[in-house]
Design a protein around this ligand. Sequence first.
Ligand code: BEZ
Ligand code: FE
Length: 306
Amino acid sequence: MANDLTDPTEVAPVDAVLASFARTPDPRLREILTRLVRHLHAFVVDIEPTMAEWQAAIDFLTSTGHACTDRRQEFILLSDVLGVSTLVESVNDRRPDPAPAAAAAGQDRTESTVLGPFHVVSSPPRALGDTIDLTGGGTPCLVTGEVRTTDGQPLPGATLDVWQADDQGFYDVQQPEEQPAGNGRGLFTADADGRFRFRSVVPRHYPIPTDGPVGDLLRATGRHANRPAHIHFIVAAEGHRSLTTQIYVADSPYIDSDAVFAVKRRLVREVETVHDPAAAARHGLPSPFRQLRFDFVLEPAEEAGA
Ligand code: BEZ
Ligand code: FE
């Protein structure tokens, strides 16, 4: 029987496309493609794009690909501003709620959040107490805390890979001519009590790159490009699930409107002002000094099903 040309789902029937994937040997790939095609067809039927709109979408994705280099990943950025990176990350980070007593005792594991596109180089190993600020700009800040496991035991020898933007809101890899390589980065090893400390500058909010197609998308939709002030961490310890996360500054602009939707309430901290001249001298900081404290709680690898 001839197709009903008034019904677009009859002209390009989704069932025929689904049937074309029926013999995909990998069951997961088959499932993903099947659902993708169902959602895509439903989306097209829903919005009924004109040919010009469909071509614009293809041109946008083409230019997103062209914007990618070995130092820039515009597709990750696109996934970030659509909230999909945070969604994928959260889907993979789901756990049963902790017992209230464990949560109250600070033994609830630290939540993860997105990696972001700037972890593109290895962080230089540094000693506890070192600074990651190689340019001397901004307000000095001591960052301290401990790494422990969900039963409250410290994790000596845990590693903390740290990276942050400078006081102007740029990562070293964005300004290879202006910032020394490794500025704002450090790989630290926690001491015998699982404690860590390093010096940095109080992080500042900054805009994600807007000179590519993702920037065009933000402008076309009247969205701002800013992320609230944060420091990135990858915390790892033997026998534990590695944690990729960020610590956010409580009073930062954009704390409630992150351009990439990655802020989680329990990752937000005040940067305190510490009036303790002896401590300032011990850490090689002016008095008073700013301090950001955060304890990381890692879950055993088997609990995470890793
Ligand atoms: C970042 O925090 O480095 C970041 C995360 C997502 C998109 C852009 C930047
Ligand atoms: Fe960042």
